[in-house]
Design a protein around this ligand. Structure first.
Ligand code: ARG
Length: 284
């Protein structure tokens, strides 16, 4: 699922498209980027990468470590709905702040394999997580670094500050993604409350698969084009930990309708298995 701009224009649907979003993301507000946020400081989210097709951004993703020692990685984590419809010509750009002006630290590589969670369901957006294997590793540098994964099954506390960042659409009715990386802080919300809010929309929030974050009064949120990107919370030693993958919302930043993220801590064994399988080099 990527944005189908024609659809946005013609039908007024904000879609990073995908089967999920048709129902879930049909909105009145078109094209805010990360809503209510600020421009990220250059290089302050070195794990955050832009996934592109034909040179245009369609989703975010996060670099993860594939080995304890290597100073490079060829795996990024993203949302299943970002890659579900196929990824021909997929490239991943790391070390970039302004997509229009990549700069010296930028690394762009092709995606060679994408694996979305086998239980991903486009109708319910359950298990909205995927990994992408890159043609060659991204070399870690000042502007390219992995983000830590949570422990398997780790609980995310309610009401703690989380940060989401991305290059979403830039303006109401916009046709363009944000050229610069934006970020916003949003608190995590108790499952009970998230589930109750979404029940009124006829949307089931699964406590295992999903995590909600936002303000009850709205105003700050991820939005279309931020999908696949990271929601992180500072863990021990103040290090960012990838606790969520931008998945869906109803509109963006609406009161009582927080952003919904794939709950990464419940996919750690699956992610580790994929990393292992994808690191086996094919031999002739
Ligand atoms: N599905 C959207 C995308 O593909 C992300 C929507 C997130 N929406 C939200 N209100 N948090 O970009």
């Amino acid at each position: 699922m990527r944005f189908v701009l024609g659809v946005v224009v013609a039908v007024g649907l904000v879609g990073c498209g995908g089967p999920d979003v048709q129902g879930v993301d049909a909105v009145e507000r078109i094209g805010q980027e990360i809503v209510g946020g600020v421009e990220a400081r250059q290089g302050s989210h070195p794990w955050n990468v832009s996934m592109q097709q034909q040179g245009s951004h369609f989703c975010g993703a996060s670099i993860i470590r594939v080995s304890a020692t290597k100073n490079e990685s060829d795996i990024v984590v993203t949302a299943a709905h970002c890659v579900y419809d196929g990824t021909s010509g997929l490239t991943v750009s790391a070390g970039v702040h302004d997509l229009g002006r990549p700069g010296a630290g930028a690394q762009t590589v092709r995606g060679v394999r994408t694996v979305y969670h086998p239980a991903y369901d486009p109708d319910t957006t359950m298990n909205d997580i995927a990994v992408v294997k890159l043609e060659k590793p991204l070399k870690f540098s000042a502007t390219v670094q992995p983000i830590l994964l949570p422990l398997a099954g780790e609980t995310v506390p309610d009401n703690v500050e989380a940060t989401v960042a991305g290059w979403g659409l830039t303006r109401e009715g916009g046709y363009d993604t944000s050229p610069v990386l934006m970020q916003v802080g949003v608190p995590t919300i108790a499952h009970r409350q998230v589930a109750a809010s979404y029940r009124s929309q006829g949307i089931h929030i699964d406590p295992y698969a999903m995590l909600g974050a936002g303000y009850s009064q709205g105003g700050k949120d991820a939005c279309q084009g931020d999908s696949g990107g990271p929601l992180f919370i500072l863990g021990a030693q103040g290090k960012p930990v990838l606790q969520g993958v931008v998945s869906f919302g109803v509109g963006c930043a609406r009161p009582g309708l927080p952003g919904i993220y794939a709950r990464v801590s419940n996919y750690i064994p699956w992610i580790n298995t994929q990393v292992r399988l994808l690191s086996v080099t094919a031999r002739p």
